[in-house]
Design a protein around this ligand. Sequence first.
Ligand code: ZN
Length: 178
Amino acid sequence: MDRRTLLAGGGTFLVAAALTRDAHGRGRSVPVTPEDSRFMQLAIDQAKDGDYPFGAIIVRDGKVLALGRNSTKRSHDPTAHAEMVAIRAFLEGHEPDDFKEATIYASGEPCPMCMGAILWCGFKRVVYAASIAELSTKIEQIDVRAWQIANAAPFASIEISSGLLAGNAMRLFSTEKE
Ligand SMILES: [Zn+2]
């Protein structure tokens, strides 16, 4: 199935992805570690300065190598989601191959655009805080889960951890306008 087929057959694709989730399992669920909490808090700290409260950081070998926060308003770029900003920052100092051993921490579950980018980059792992369902209560979201994107990518093998510090990430939406 090529990308155009996926776009054209969106509804069918979602049902198929849900049914085949366990059969393919390209997005493998893994538990979080204490170190993950520290890095996630850094991603959430980035979110505090975002145009919308979303932040992301890229970590490899225990080192933070790139930061990103939602910059859609200040950069006049609707694609400037935190994950995209972090990926572009990473590429300023690293080669694409360097993504292979890297983890991206995101304060919100990556949207289809960002999850697609994460898979194309070949990240080893993604860890996110608030889920799309949680985020949808505060801000518009495309209702496709990160694991659905991962499972639809035959070339990808990525570990996914979810829900870490989700309460901290969601609280930023309550304080956004204060
Ligand atoms: Zn996104």
